[in-house]
Design a protein around this ligand. Structure first.
Ligand code: FAD
Length: 500
């Protein structure tokens, strides 16, 4: 694009996952006519713990023309079919949040309604067994979904676990090859235009000054531009999502890779387990009101699968979001825009969503407020829908064995979530909201997995099915999934073949 109105220069401040994903996508989308620069500071470093993703990441990579095998080789990645939640609904209880759907509906009634009817008639098939993703995951198998929509093997989806530092390095090579200029240096000051109030330039500690038309703040929790320079303000959601710290430590891989993330609820939070090719990532996300840092670190180190490969590393955060994601000529992407705790692996997705919105609403130099407002409207909706889904996991606990879980079970929740819980509890109905990232299967998994069982049934069920039909359907579906899953190779065998 050329001409007077075009954005001629973009400066990305920060070279973590957010900075390099943004740089790579912009380099791909703006092959000429716009100078893209990224400033990062090796001295400051990155957060570097984001390792689990959700299926839309595949679209990001595909759009950039990234080859899956090449990407998995470079990032030591593995395949992810969902998340196993251990001890969330209650102590000793577990369920799976699958990627994909529960089977395939055979009439107008959602599959979970048949499952509920079958259960009422005495069936003991777990809901998990109606998911192809879990069928494969519990056997440690993996193969890509089948293309034929009639096949049960087409009903699941997948994402990746990967080393976030290696992913950023991979995208750095991609971006630099396509013309992005990298500047090593520490931003020490930000200058604003006296007339417009927009950001005009950033100053580096060594005295260099870098100007641009548009600034992307990928500086992490600091929010150097969006908060440091523009004082945009932050909404704190800690009363709904009380975990505010994490301690992380990698450990040696000791067995076959499980093609899923595990989240184990603990006394004051939960522990993640993310298996990669060369190691397993672990971390304890906890609430500092109910647990000390030392206790959290000790619990984590006592619950590793294998030998620890590094000392535990502490991280602090405040769950919430910026009042605005795009303020003046600054767009915050990544941790600078807000923080959603990593329970459903959504932060890297939110980076991707920020980039997608930026490209869909790419501005001219006049920075039309209409465009900016639309970006903010969508971003706020995305953040709040994900927030509600994450709160759901905490709110639906039956646990009463520690302060955190008692607090969560009793805490007030946003009305937008209370309505959805009430609908499901009434008759198993899944109401949707504009900008939902998580669909019917995800909500069903958590509602049923954490005992929000409907008290009545969908009125449609009165017309369409009787319990025997539902029971036969559930048995048939579970058997078909088990058969299809048996034919899948072990995850590691599939990966090894792909990487060869
Ligand atoms: P950072 O990684 O902090 O990068 C900031 C960049 O800004 C760095 O390059 C730094 O050098 C630069 N910078 C800062 N200040 C200056 C300065 N003054 N001058 C120059 N450069 C500067 N996400 C997921 O999707 N899945 C997960 O499983 C997951 N797990 C997580 C677990 C925890 C405990 C936490 C805290 C986060 C997790 N995330 C996860 C989120 C994920 O880590 C981040 O979204 C992702 O790493 C993006 O971070 P970032 O690039 O915004 O910030």
């Amino acid at each position: 694009m050329t001409g007077d109105r075009a954005i001629r220069s973009i400066l990305i401040v920060g070279g973590g996952t957010a900075g390099w994903m943004t740089a790579a996508a912009l380099a791909h989308a703006l092959p000429r006519g716009c100078a893209i620069t990224l400033i990062e500071s090796e001295e400051i470093g990155t957060v570097g713990v984001g390792e689990a993703t959700i299926p839309p990441i595949r679209l990001f990579n595909e759009t950039l023309g990234i080859d899956e095998a090449d990407f998995l080789r470079a990032t030591k990645g593995s395949f992810k079919l969902g998340i196993e939640f251990v001890g969330w609904g209650d102590l000793g209880h577990r369920y799976f949040h699958p990627f994909g759907t529960y089977g395939k509906p055979f009439d107008m009634l959602p599959v979970h309604q048949h499952w509920l009817a079958a259960r009422a008639a005495g069936s003991n098939v777990p809901l998990d067994d109606l998911s192809m993703a879990w069928g494969a995951a519990k056997r440690g198998g993996f193969a890509p979904p089948q293309a034929d929509p009639r096949s049960i093997g087409s009903t699941f989806d997948y994402a990746y676990h990967f080393d976030a530092g290696l992913y950023a390095a991979y995208l750095r090579r991609y971006a630099e090859t396509r013309g992005v200029a990298r500047v090593e240096g520490k931003v020490s000051d930000v200058a604003r235009d006296g007339e417009s109030g927009d950001v005009a330039s950033v100053m580096l500690a060594d005295g260099r000054r870098v100007e641009a038309d548009l600034f992307i703040d990928c500086s992490g929790f600091r929010g150097l531009l969006i908060e440091g320079a523009l004082t945009t303000g932050y909404q704190d959601w800690t009363h709904w999502l009380p975990c505010d710290r994490a301690v992380a430590a990698p450990c040696a891989r000791i067995a076959a890779t499980t093609p899923y993330t595990r989240s184990t609820a603990r006394e004051a939070g939960w522990q993640w387990r993310i298996p990669l090719q060369h190691r397993t990532g672990n971390g304890y996300v906890y609430c500092s009101r109910f647990l000390s840092d030392d206790e959290a670190a000790a619990t984590l180190m006592a619950n590793l699968d294998g030998e620890a490969l590094a000392d535990p590393r502490q991280l602090r955060f405040v769950t919430g979001r910026r009042n605005l994601f795009w303020n003046r000529n600054v767009i915050a992407i990544g941790l600078s825009s807000g923080f959603m705790e990593p329970l459903e692996s959504t932060s890297i997705h939110l980076i991707q969503a920020g980039i997608a919105k930026l490209l869909a609403l790419f501005p001219t130099r006049s920075l039309d407020p209409l465009v900016r407002d639309e970006y903010n409207r969508i971003a706020i909706g995305e953040f709040e829908r994900i927030r509600d889904f994450i709160i759901l996991h905490y709110k639906l606990t039956r646990r009463q064995d520690s302060e955190l879980w008692r607090y969560c079970a009793a805490m007030p929740i946003p009305d937008s979530l209370a309505e959805r819980i009430a609908h499901f509890r009434r008759d198993g109905r899944l109401v949707t909201r504009d900008l939902d990232l998580f669909g019917a299967a995800s909500w069903t998994a958590v509602h049923i997995g954490q005992f929000n069982l409907p008290q009545g049934r969908d009125p449609l069920a009165d017309y369409l099915a009787n319990p025997d039909v539902s029971r036969a359907f559930v048995d048939k579906l579970a058997a078909a999934i088990a058969r299809a899953a048996e034919t899948m190779p072990p995850h590691d065998a599939h990966l090894a073949r792909l990487l060869q």
